[in-house]
Design a protein around this ligand. Structure first.
Ligand SMILES: Cc1ncc(COP(=O)(O)O)c(C=O)c1O
Ligand SMILES: N[C@@H](CCCC[NH3+])C(=O)O
Length: 463
């Protein structure tokens, strides 16, 4: 690996341009356990290991860029969520964050349920052996074929997202001679404190049925009349990467109010509520996420208090964490390519991936951390922007971070907390080959999603 010197970029002591960064960390070699998965360490030679495996060995065997997913950490997080919510609640892992057959098996073994939002996610779940009754099917525009497949498979719940869908699911269930358990997704009118594109409970957006204008009550009225449906509950999801519990509090209160209205009008107490996912994780050391037991306690207290006030039995609660389970369990490993110092500004560090393996920075202005992982360095911090190799100036992986000033082509750097919404939102832009996901556990590594090949792409082009 080359360690040749190159013209140094701006140092932290120089005037720093505007950006989202705080001061450089006291020690650039330290790995904050908030953002790295639980088995990540530096070994005696200064190289980073995960599950006991050196990153240079992993890069040699699996290539870069690649996602390395820490199985032990994933399983620990599943257990933490299951234990925190206990027997009177259900945890549905949101498969959109990252889904593969191995992940489905781990979830199954750890006793979690699964939320899918497309026919193909459903097929992946069933194929890997997730019992259908432990699957929830979401989506604002499920096709008839997808609904049929889900009902035929016997999924535990379909979350109804529109008036058309209420009728569609009921008809399909009746045609198939069954009764489908369902939730109605409502938009509770909460402005979640997160990026506009990932906030989902304000009224002016595509998901769910509005509460405030009485539409949700009307949806319940219609669903209760249809023979093909068994309405078991109300669903609300307020957005994603949320730290503040206040939004969940308002959401829970409004959902319980609807349950009370339904009881008053129909004499029916719906037995369940689903408060969705959306819990934030630490992408940088500045983020302070809540632990599952704090979240469980807060939600259960709110729901119990509101139900007591309304004279309702406390419903069974479900939650749907995706990011909070898989996000912190993986990092993306890249090799440094070109380095471009811009005096007085920052140094552009190009890696062998980019927006095709992590679109979140470009799409949501997401913040990430980065570290030099193939070695330690005592060089002073240099302000960098880690960019990809795509033909797009917005192709940014880490907008503002510090790396040692002796960084050189051939060094390996890693971006932590890329387990959620990176591989699952990866693209083939510029005919990039989507990277593999490698599960690491206890000194061994195995590919769970292989790297795409040129042949894969050429085969799609039937031209
Ligand atoms: C209905 C629903 N449930 C769960 C999730 C998972 O969210 P997160 O990964 O932020 O926990 C999402 C995505 O935002 C969602 O739309
Ligand atoms: N994909 C988004 C979150 C949306 C989740 C699904 N509703 C992210 O990366 O943050």
């Amino acid at each position: 690996m080359s360690r040749s010197a190159h013209p140094a970029g701006p140092r932290h002591a120089d005037v720093l341009p505007e950006g989202h960064y705080s001061a450089p960390p006291a020690d650039l070699n330290s790995l904050d356990p908030k953002v790295w998965s639980s088995t990540v360490r530096r070994n005696g030679d200064g190289e980073v290991t995960v599950a006991g495996l050196e990153v240079s060995r992993l890069a040699e065997e699996f290539g870069t860029p690649a996602y390395f997913l820490d199985e032990a950490d994933f399983r620990e997080r599943c257990r933490a969520w299951a234990d925190a919510f206990g027997r009177n609640a259900d945890v549905f892992y949101a498969g959109k964050a990252f889904l593969s057959r191995a992940v489905v098996r781990w979830l199954h073994e750890e006793g979690l349920n699964l939320d899918v939002c497309s026919g193909t996610e459903l097929v992946t779940a069933l194929d890997a052996g997730m019992p259908a009754e432990r699957i929830a099917f979401h989506g604002n525009n499920k096709s008839e074929a997808e609904i049929r497949r889900a009902v035929e498979a016997g999924v535990g719940r379909i979350v109804l997202d529109s008036f058309q869908e209420i009728v569609r699911v009921a008809h399909i269930a009746q045609e198939l001679g069954t009764v489908q358990k369902a939730f109605i997704r409502v938009t509770v009118g909460v402005e979640a404190h997160t990026h506009e594109f990932i906030a989902t409970a304000h009224e002016d957006q595509k998901f769910g049925i509005g509460l405030a204008d009485g539409q949700a009550a009307e949806a319940v009225r219609r669903a209760l009349k249809l023979d093909g449906l068994e309405l078991v509950g109300i669903h609300s999801h307020i957005g994603s990467q949320i730290f503040d519990m206040a939004g969940f509090e308002v959401s829970a209160r409004r959902v319980v109010q609807l349950l009370a209205e339904v009881r008053d009008e129909h004499g029916v107490e719906l037995p369940e509520i689903d408060l969705g996912g959306g819990l934030g994780i630490a992408y940088t050391s500045d983020d302070d996420p809540r632990e599952p037991h704090e979240i469980a306690k807060a939600l259960s207290e709110i729901v119990t208090r509101e139900c007591d006030a309304a004279g309702l039995r406390v419903p069974r609660i479900s939650v749907e964490p995706g990011r909070a389970i898989v996000g912190p369990t993986a990092f993306t490993l890249y090799e440094v390519g070109t380095i471009k110092p811009l005096e007085g500004l920052r140094t552009y560090v190009s890696v062998d991936g980019g927006m095709s393996d992590n679109i979140r920075t470009a799409l949501y202005d997401a913040e990430y951390s980065v570290a030099l992982v193939s070695r330690t360095s005592t060089a002073e911090p240099m302000l960098v922007r880690v960019v990809g190799k795509h033909c797009e100036s917005g192709d940014i992986v880490v907008r503002d971070a510090f790396l040692p000033a002796d960084l050189a082509p051939g060094d390996l750097i890693a971006v932590p907390a890329t387990g959620a919404y990176c591989r699952s939102m990866a693209s083939n832009y510029n005919h990039a080959l989507r990277p593999p996901v490698v599960a690491v556990s206890d000194g061994s590594a195995r590919v769970i999603v292989r790297r795409e090949t040129e042949e894969d792409l050429l085969r799609l082009d039937v031209g």
